[in-house]
Design a protein around this ligand. Structure first.
Ligand code: PLP
Length: 437
């Protein structure tokens, strides 16, 4: 059985998470419903932190809040002693509204607006991960006497994805300063020459859903080579190296991720080795997991509705959500596992494909899933929807966005309310017929 964290089957044969029956949750809060296993989020957060702690190095584990940002989630991240990445004024606003300590917030993005940067500076956030020359210009204009703590985001020419990593001389990416063509050097000189910046170090993020450590090792090597050059030429001493996120998780049986501690062990070892080789003091090591903190802690419950049999081709089973609450299958062919939440142990007698209810042929959630014979009113639980599910949810076809519930130790708490039809039209204004003269 494909379970994560505290998921199990209870005596009624229902899927239980965090000691709470998911069928009861579906009945109480309606469907689609996102359920988060809080204990599992804590377990992941602690695994990252403890792995650094064992090595006795200074580190920050920053939750990449774009994976799932809400007031309660940010508060949970704060409670677990994580730092926080934000990539927009909206995510920053959420973090501040949640009471997250500003000095532990890092601001990312390839096109931060003047207003967003002003907001970040006004609240004294921990650092801005500077991405491009225009941004440096804006920060200088807004700094007004402050030395703004920044990391320079570089593209090291290492691209990692799942089991492959590719070395590219010059990375074709919209993010960051190229490490290989002089851009990063120019940015470095610009920042060092200006009193408006306090350069903490260098940041890079090499990809997502990565199952190997080799890409992180290579990225660390490339970043250190550059930092050593800057040290020789200008006496620069980096206090931070940030190697981004992208740690892979298990969406289906086919995925075989390594433990969180294995990534950390490997990163710490390489950073120590590089610091020694380059004769630099050991910098603080920062990482930015998103998916690996919340991905497998999230489960979506749907109600099953219509069925369409295409003889000799396939059977479509439709649910009451789809690309509006999980766009990843339609966007990039993401794969998921699912069970019937109300009959988890039922014999899987047929193979069906799970369709969403949106008006797009591409709105499919799962192809070829073995299930017990599903009837209207059954509940489908799709696992591992905790990252980039709710955060990418949308109102296509004017579907209200679902509610989010946190479960832990037998307690459930609503942390995001389901949208109502009124919410859907709250910003609409009536059409005013032209007044005839
Ligand atoms: C998206 C992103 C992350 C988090 O990636 P995951 O794959 O969710 O771990 C971290 N850092 C940066 C800069 C990102 O863009």
């Amino acid at each position: 059985m494909f379970f994560h964290g505290t998921s199990r089957v209870n005596e009624k044969g229902h899927l239980e998470i965090g000691g709470v029956d998911t069928v009861e949750l579906a009945e109480m809060y309606g469907t689609p419903l996102y359920i988060y296993d809080v204990a599992l989020i804590r377990t992941r957060a602690r695994a990252f932190k403890e792995a650094f702690h064992r090595h006795g190095v200074q580190a920050q584990v920053a939750y990449a809040s774009k994976a799932f940002s809400s007031i309660a989630m940010v508060q949970l991240a704060a409670e677990e002693g994580l730092s926080l990445d934000v990539v927009s004024g909206g995510e920053l606003y959420t973090a501040l509204a949640a009471g997250f300590p500003p000095e532990r917030i890092h601001f990312h993005g390839n096109n931060k607006s003047r207003d967003e940067l002003a907001m970040a500076l006004e609240h004294g956030i921990g650092c801005i991960v500077a991405d491009n020359f225009y941004e440096l210009e804006l920060i200088e204009q807004l700094a007004s006497g402050r030395a703004v703590p920044v990391l320079l985001r570089v593209t090291p020419g290492v691209e990692a994805h799942t089991h492959d990593y590719i070395l590219t001389g010059q990375e074709d990416s919209k993010f960051g300063f190229d490490l290989n063509n002089g851009q990063a050097d120019e940015a470095f000189r610009r920042v060092m020459a200006s009193p408006s910046f306090q350069l903490l170090g260098v940041h890079c993020h090499i990809g997502s859903q990565i199952f190997e450590t080799a890409g992180f090792v290579l990225a660390a090597q490339k970043v250190f080579t550059k930092m050593a050059e800057w040290n020789k030429a200008y006496g620069f001493i980096p206090s931070v190296i940030n190697l981004g996120g992208g740690f892979g998780i298990r969406y289906t049986e086919e995925d075989d991720p390594i433990p969180v501690s294995a990534y950390v062990d490997c990163i710490v070892k390489e950073v120590k080795r590089q610091a020694e080789t380059c004769q630099l003091p050991l910098p603080e090591i920062w990482i930015e997991p998103g998916r690996s903190l919340v991905g497998d802690a999230g489960t979506t419950i749907y109600t099953i509705g219509s069925r369409k049999d295409v003889p000799n081709v396939r059977t479509y089973i439709a649910v009451d959500g789809g690309m509006s609450d999980n766009i990843r299958p339609a966007l990039y062919g993401a794969k998921y596992e699912a069970v019937l939440a109300n009959r988890v142990l039922g014999e899987r007698t047929e193979t069906v494909s799970i369709a969403g209810k949106c008006c797009e042929s591409g709105d499919m959630l799962i192809w070829d899933l073995a299930l017990p014979e599903a009837k209207p009113g059954d509940y489908l639980a799709v696992f591992c929807t905790g990252a980039y599910g709710y955060s990418m949810a949308n109102n296509y076809n004017r579907l209200p966005r679902p509610a989010v519930v946190f479960v832990e130790n037998g307690d459930a708490q609503l942390v995001v309310k389901r949208e109502t039809y009124e919410d859907l039209i709250q910003h609409d204004l009536p059409f005013k017929a032209k007044v005839r003269k």
